[in-house]
Each structure stands twice: as C-alpha cells, then as structure tokens.
Design a binder for this molecule. Structure first.
Ligand code: ATP
Ligand code: MG
Length: 693
C-alpha cells in the first residue's frame, strides 16, 4: 500500500477522470506537470488523450512497445498514443464503421508527430500481406514527401506544417491497411517568396541545394549555396541546427521512388523547384521610359526557360508585360519594375502551389485501392495549429479561423452533443457550462456581415478598395462585436493600444492582432492572365498538368482564397461529422522548444482554452460508454441464457435482463430511451472479457 501510494504520488494519475478534486485546475496542472517530469507525456481524460510535447526522444515508440499495446484493453496499460490508436482500430473492426482522430493544439505542440506515430502504429501492427506491404510503405513514405514540400521552419516550430492535412487510411474487413487518401488544405504559398526573420522557405528548397547530387545540381543550374538564392535568405536562417537537410534529402529522394514517382517525374519536379529559385533571382531594371526591362542575356531567365521548356522570348515578355485585349487586337502594356516583381512573385507562388497539389494527387494515385469491396477508414486530421506572432497577417487569419472551426467541431461533438444526448435519452443530468466559440466563428464567416464577406466585398472593388478601406468597413459593420477590436475601440475593450492599420480578434485561444496590410492582395491571389498563358506553353509535363489549357480564363472572377478555404472547411466538417470522433489534445510545455521545461502559465492557458476542464467535468459526471440497445444485445446476448439465442421482447428489455444477469449495480449504468449508458470503462471491459472467454 505504502509503496503504491508513493508511486502514485510520483507519477500522478493516468486518467484525469480519477482526479481529486476533479474541478481544480491547479490539481489538473500539478498532475500534468508531475507526469511530464517523470517523462510520462500522455494522460487520459476518459478516452481523450492529452499529450505534452517532451521536446526530446525517448524509447517509447519501438516495435516492442507497439506489440505491448496491440489488442490490450485501453485502460490496462499506461496511457499511450498507441493505446488510442489500437482502441480506434478495434472499435472500427468490431463495429465496422468509420472513425477519425482529431489532433489539435497550437503550433509546435506535437500534432504532426502524433499523427506520424499513429500512422506508424497502423502500418507496423496491422495484419499484413506482401501486397499490403507496398501500400504500407507508401502510406508511411508519403509523410516525408509532404513534409518536405509543405512544412517549414517558423519561429514557433522548426518543422511547422504550412498546410492542413486530412488522411484517410482504408482497412479491409480483416484490418489490413489497403489504401489511403490525402486531402490538403490551403498551403501557405506566400512563404515561397517571402519569409519573416528567423523563418525559412519550405524544406525542399534547402534539401535540394544542400543534398542534391552534383550531376543533378549541374543539370538544374544550381549552386550549392543557399545564400545565393533570394527566396531562401530573407529569414536569414538558412541553416537550422535541428534540421539535417542533406540526410532529409536522401529520405525524400528514396520516398519518391517508393511512391512510384518515375525518374522522369522526379526530374520534372526538381526542374520546377529549381526554376522557382532561378525566378526569384531575376532582377528587373527600369529602362529609359521607366518600365521594367531584362538584360537580354539573363542567366537566370535562361535557366527558367530551359527547365520549364518555355521559349525565353515568351517568358521575358510574360514577366515584363501585361496582355490587354483591346477590340480584336492584343496589346502588351509594359510593367513598372514594382509590377514586374509582383508578377514574378505571383508566378513563383502559383507554380509552387499548383505543383504541391499535383504532388498530393500523385501520392493519392499511388495509395488508391482499386478493389471495390467495402472498406472502413480511420481519418487522421493534422492541421496547422493556432499561431500568434509579433506581426500576424492574412495567413495567420486563415490558420486561426481554421482552428476556431475545429474547436467548434470539438465542442459540438463532445460538450454540446454529449449533454444534448443525455437530455434526449431522458438521463438525469446537471449541465456543465462551457465557452462556446460559435460567436467567433460567426464573426468571421457570417454571410454579409462576417469578416470574410467584408473582405470579399472589398476585393470586388479593384482600384477603389485598399487594405485600409477594408479595415474601415469592419469598423463600421462589426465595431460592437465583443471579440473584435480596432484602433478606435482598443482602450475600451482590452486597454491595449493598437496601431491604425491593425485589428484584433479575441480568439478562443487568445488575442491576436492582425496587420491589415496585404489582406486584399493575398485574398485575391491574382496571377496575371498572361502569366498563365506563358505557363501553358511549357514543355514540362507537370506544369502542363498544373496549367491546363482548358482552365477558364480570368474573365469571370475566381473565388477568393478565403472563400475557397471556407468551403473546403465546410467539406472537411461534413467528412468528419459522418465518422466517429476520437481526440488527441497536444500541449506545448514551453516557448523555447526545450526539454524538461514546464511553463505553468503557458500550460494553464492551453488547458483553459482547449476546454479540458469542461471536458473532464462532462466525462466525470457522465458515462464513458453507450450503445444502442440493439447493438449491445446483439453483441452480448450469448452471456445470458434468457437472451440467447433469440430474445423475443424489445431490445431494451433484453439488455435489462442481460445486465441484471451480469450483476451490474444500479450506479454502474443507466437505461436511456434508445441506449444503455455505462459509467466506467471497466464495467464494459469485464463484460467484454466474459464474452471472450
Ligand atoms: P504546427 O502546428 O506548427 O505544425 P505541430 O503541433 O505539428 O506544429 P510538431 O511538428 O508535431 O508540432 O512538433 C514540433 C516538434 O516537437 C517536433 O519537431 C519534435 O522535435 C518535438 N516533438 C513533438 N512531439 C514529440 C514527441 N512525442 N516526442 C518527441 N519530440 C516531440
Ligand atoms: Mg504540424
């Protein structure tokens, strides 16, 4: 007794549901901290997994560990991401339905690492055949490829996801991983041409320059020196101690071949990556009339022309002129130098962004399962986390909006629907208050009045509207909103001053001040029409696919970036709502990315906004498991002579009879209108064990 008390004192409790007093935030934090210092980074709240980023590697992800967790009841072993993965897998197999795991937390909290661990668990532990091994390898290796092209070093995280990723892993009825599908969301393209101080461009550029074979670099016309490329040095940190670009290059290169990229694909792909670097180095000079001009023998231009297979003349004309259609004639109007730089950057962003989409499609082709038999899926959602920098722009606005939506989904699926279900089922219940961030989602996305609508309206007034008129419009239309602050209102609401060109949103996860500069431009994401036309002449097979000649011309306005993003998030929500949810909530222990440091204030803040205390309260007061009477009876009827083999009465009566026979005590379960509710998992496990015997 003595010994076990000491052990428990030292390592804390592994499920917050057992915390005493469970309403105390301080006790919650103490437990988390105690465990963190014992290298126990995982703790449960019922079936939800809380994970604290250790910022160091330890040996808990080996094959041996996987074997230990495979097929063992969830609460029998110390909390682990493998236990969650296994539990999801087993539930999927026994109920033959679809699931998803929502991994959330702010930038650097460990979401991507968590999603990789889960994927590895499935890839290594699931039943497998030689044929399936192929799929397994591809599933695993899609990760380093997507990370190389879609992740970058930011101030928050050396491997920050700059796109949202939802991945379905498909299983056959025996539990073999037979295929997959990736959906990607809004890549932060602006990073291709601009990085803030202390940040980098996407990893792939540095990997290529640092790790690319001599022959390859020669063929691409690249120097082995990142400092040489304008697009790589703006953040002034091309080298990062935690990143080994050279060995990452080898991993990516190998992964590409496993995912069935042909040598030709690979050549074309790196031709594009190199041409983006060359594009960035193209300089314009003002000619005698003040327009942008290019030196005739511009080396960089020649390389772009060679690598993309576009005649130099065409490229040159495309970068320095805009095509205007006047009557039946085509007139080329020259750009100013600023305009030309803008058009060049727009082209680089478009090329990279579209190539990224091509890459995702290509990966999907290699993961596709052509067999039409019914499959079930486990979806993994790993999206860019909530982020706050000193200067926040359109990109942070989109990322943080996305996080609001996911928080809303979490609330709907856990706190709200949980409580509604008890009510609906007629189970006595004292409701738990929680902050519902719907008010912030509405502020951003409401039709006609939300920030997105106002931004889009301004984007429809080219020439007249500016970033500042957008700000004014917001001030006029949503000034009274409790989560919106501008310069004029700052003192009353948050007592902190704001610059004239800023607005502040009081997000569920904290305040963020956004600088309005660039919002219109980034939302419009205009690529001059002749930019597209130039690309259509490319002989590079990937570029040909990315800029198809069938693409409608820009006479009709394309949807703005944020509106497209909003629709894609609606689509994502629909995908998720049709599946059973599981959660991993990731916590960042300190801002310094250091092991062993647990910053109480920082963690307390995350525990608060992630709604963990509310979740615990609902869990604690509620019931861990529930099953429709029909399903419960069907599964366990063999345990009771009265219900086996056929029960003649209603399913509810059958279940009643069954649980009586099993000796459930009255406080262990409740009978609702359509379901049985079981308070503790151990009750269900005991039943399950009896069933297995
Ligand atoms: P973002 O929103 O910026 O993409 P993220 O939540 O995906 O952030 P990760 O990239 O998963 O964050 O984690 C950041 C870093 O923290 C990792 O590169 C790794 O160094 C460390 N880390 C995260 N989780 C773990 C873990 N379980 N074990 C060891 N180190 C970890
Ligand atoms: Mg990530």
């Amino acid at each position: 007794m003595e010994a076990s008390l000491t052990a428990r004192d030292r390592v804390g409790i592994q499920d917050f549901v057992l915390l005493d007093p469970y309403t105390s935030e301080t006790a919650f934090l103490e437990n988390l901290k105690k465990r963190f210092h014992e290298n126990l980074i995982y703790t449960y709240i019922g079936t939800l997994l809380v994970s604290v980023n250790p910022y160091k590697d330890f040996d808990i992800y080996s094959k041996k560990q996987m074997d230990i967790y495979m097929g063992v009841n969830f609460f029998e072993l110390p909390p682990h991401i493998y236990a969650l993965a296994d539990n999801v897998f087993r539930t999927m197999l026994s109920e033959f339905n679809n699931h998803f795991i929502l991994i959330s937390g702010e930038s650097g909290a460990g979401k991507t690492e968590a999603s990789k661990k889960i994927l590895q668990f499935y890839a290594v532990s699931c039943p497998s055949t030689k044929l399936l091994n192929n799929v397994r390898d591809r599933l695993l290796l899609s990760n380093p490829v997507l990370e190389a092209f879609g992740n970058a070093k930011t101030l928050k995280n050396d491997n920050s996801s700059r796109f949202g990723k939802y991945m379905d892993i498909q299983f056959d009825h025996q539990g073999g991983a037979v295929g997959g599908h990736v959906l990607s969301y809004l890549l932060e393209k602006s990073r291709v041409v601009h990085q803030n101080h202390g940040e980098r461009n996407f990893h792939i550029f540095y990997q290529l320059v640092e790790g690319g074979e001599e022959d390859l670099l020669r063929w691409l016309g690249l120097e082995r020196n990142c400092q040489h490329y304008r697009y790589l040095v703006q953040g002034d940190c091309a080298k990062v101690s935690s990143i080994n670009d050279k060995s990452d290059w080898r991993t990516v290169r190998k992964a590409l071949s496993v995912i069935e990229f042909s040598e030709n694909d690979i050549e074309q792909l790196f031709g594009i990556i190199a041409s983006v670097l060359h594009l960035g180095n193209i300089k314009f000079e003002a000619n005698e009339r003040g327009y942008a001009s290019l030196n005739n023998n511009n080396q960089e231009m020649n390389w772009v022309s060679k690598l993309l297979g576009i005649p130099t003349q065409v490229l040159q004309q495309g970068l320095t002129h805009r095509k205007i259609e006047a009557k039946a004639e085509e007139v080329f109007s020259p750009f100013s130098v600023d305009h030309a730089v803008y058009a060049r950057d727009a082209l680089a962003k478009a090329i990279y962004g579209r190539t990224f989409n091509w890459l995702v499609n290509k990966i999907n082709e290699s993961l596709v399962n052509k067999d039409s038999s019914r499959k079930t899926v486990i979806g993994l959602l790993d999206i860019y986390g909530f982020e706050v920098f000193n200067v926040n722009s359109f990109e942070q606005f989109c990322i943080n909006y996305c996080n609001e939506k996911l928080q809303q989904l979490f609330i709907q699926l856990t706190l709200k629907s949980e409580q509604e279900e008890y009510e609906m089922e007629g189970i006595e219940w004292e409701s738990v208050p929680f902050f519902n961030n719907k008010i912030i989602c509405d502020l951003v996305e409401e039709k006609h009045r939300g920030i997105i609508s106002l931004l889009d309206e301004e984007c429809l007034r080219p020439g007249e509207a500016t970033d500042l008129t957008f700000l004014e419009k917001m001030e006029e239309k949503i000034a009274g909103h409790p989560h919106f602050v501008t310069h004029k209102l700052a003192d009353q609401k948050t007592r902190k001053t704001l610059d004239r060109g800023d607005f502040r949103l009081l997000h569920y996860a904290g305040e963020v001040t956004y600088c309005v500069v660039g919002f219109l431009d980034k939302n419009n994401d205009l690529l001059y029409r002749n930019g597209k036309e130039v690309m259509r002449q490319s002989k590079n097979a990937i570029i040909k696919l990315c800029f198809p000649s069938t693409e409608p011309d820009s006479k009709r306005r394309p949807e703005t970036v944020v509106t497209q993003f909003k629709s894609s998030l609606v689509g994502l929500t629909e995908i998720l709502m049709s599946k059973e949810p599981w959660y991993v909530r990731c916590i960042k222990p300190n801002e310094a990315k250091q092991p062993g440091r647990f910053d109480d204030v920082l963690v307390r803040h995350q525990v608060k906004y992630l709604g963990l205390m509310e979740h615990l309260r609902v869990r604690r007061a509620g019931f861990a498991y529930r099953r429709k009477y029909e399903i419960f009876l069907q599964r366990y009827k063999a345990l009771c002579p009265d219900t086996w083999p056929n029960w003649k009465g209603t399913a509810a009566e059958g279940v009643h009879c069954l649980v009586k026979h099993m000796g459930y005590t009255p406080d262990e379960y409740k009978m609702g209108r359509t379901k049985i509710f079981i308070r503790h998992p151990k009750t269900l496990f005991a039943t399950e064990d009896a069933f297995q015997v």
